[in-house]
Design a protein around this ligand. Structure first.
Ligand code: ADP
Length: 325
């Protein structure tokens, strides 16, 4: 559906995009991630026909964006970070206006009614946009992107500024849209990508540094397996025994949550499943294991590991108290 091949963009002497290639299949929801200045906007602007490339090929639904920018634009619906709304218009007036502006040939009333049904804005159709909540305004922004039934929909930071309930609703709407459209989601909120996207493309300094299925990215770029184990036994001896298990790289004592058990955080070599040997070791020593849990891989860690120098990433992790990148 989207094919980007050997894309290069220089701004004078600045190489913003350095020979990028990736494809997005029909019906996929792809998260496009990267730190500030990585080149995300540049790629999006080339993809949507707003910027020319220095070299390379970009195709949307078989249409070459550089050769036929108008045709290509018709294949794409775009929701910028600031939706281009006219606050003094009603939703009806605004969507009608965008419909005419896009030169849409579909039956107007039916098409707009269908979109309003999908994005759930029927009940505010005659309201002035200025008076709508941010969540509803975002839905109206999504509605304008869907006019003309584009094959590809691109969202730029679609949940910034929304409250938690609105965030959940917009994310589920994006997932829903993914059933009939190819979706690119550009965001810096990593849990959002995990919640919504089938695949993650990470760009850093103009190059792609990861391009994996969401379910596989942890395995692909994560170094070690992480387990949290809760054991009843003398702390020092337990620590030494865990540390001595082949393949274990580090053991951290997280402390006691109750009277007689202590939780340890065990990191092991990539791809090594240490659960059985962990269990046997504890049993052989006569201690009791009352909990063992694989730690969920944190996309934030993955992101840091692929976009930063290892030394910087370690320093950041130490300083970090949670939250999003
Ligand atoms: P992102 O969207 O990931 O923050 P951008 O695509 O905006 O990254 O920018 C990539 C690089 O290109 C940055 O180094 C940025 O400073 C530079 N850049 C972007 N737009 C221009 C421009 N119009 N002129 C010169 N340099 C630019």
């Amino acid at each position: 559906m989207i094919k980007i091949q050997n894309l290069v963009k220089n701004y004078g002497s600045i190489e913003a995009v350095k020979n990028i290639s990736f494809t997005v299949e029909e019906g996929e929801i792809v998260g496009f991630l990267g730190p500030n200045g990585a080149g995300k906007s540049t790629v999006m602007n080339i993809l949507t026909g707003y910027l020319s490339s220095t070299s390379g090929e970009v195709e949307v639904n078989g249409v070459n964006v550089l050769e036929n920018p108008l045709d290509a634009k018709r294949q794409i619906g775009y929701l910028p970070e600031q939706p281009p709304l006219y606050p003094d218009m009603t939703v009806k007036e605004y969507l009608g206006f965008v419909f005419d502006l896009k030169g849409c040939k579909l039956p107007k009333k039916e098409h707009l009614a269908e979109i309003c049904e999908v994005v759930k804005i029927k009940d505010v159709y005659n309201r002035v946009i200025r008076n709508l909540s941010k969540g509803y305004r975002q839905r109206v922004g999504i509605a304008q992107a869907l006019i003309g039934n584009p094959k590809v929909v691109i969202f730029d930071e679609p949940t910034v500024g929304l409250d938690p309930k609105q965030i959940i609703e917009i994310r589920s709407l994006i997932r829903e849209l993914g059933r009939h459209h190819t979706v690119i989601l550009s965001t810096h909120i990593l849990p959002e990508v995990q919640a919504v996207c089938d695949r993650i493309v990470i760009i850093n300094r103009g190059r792609i540094v990861a391009n994996e299925k969401t379910t596989e990215i942890s395995r692909a770029v994560q170094g070690a397996g992480k387990m949290s184990v809760k054991i009843c036994g003398p702390e020092k001896d337990v620590y030494s025994a865990l540390r001595a298990i082949p393949g274990v790289q580090s053991v951290t004592v997280l402390g006691a949550q109750d009277a007689d058990s202590i939780t340890y955080y065990v990191e092991s070599e990539r791809g090594l499943d240490i659960r059985k040997v962990l269990f046997r070791t504890v049993a052989q020593k006569g201690w009791t294991m009352i909990g063992m849990e694989a730690m969920g891989v944190n996309l934030e860690d993955i992101f840091l590991s692929v976009v930063e120098d290892p030394a910087d990433a370690t320093a950041k992790k130490k300083n970090r108290k949670g939250g999003n990148v």
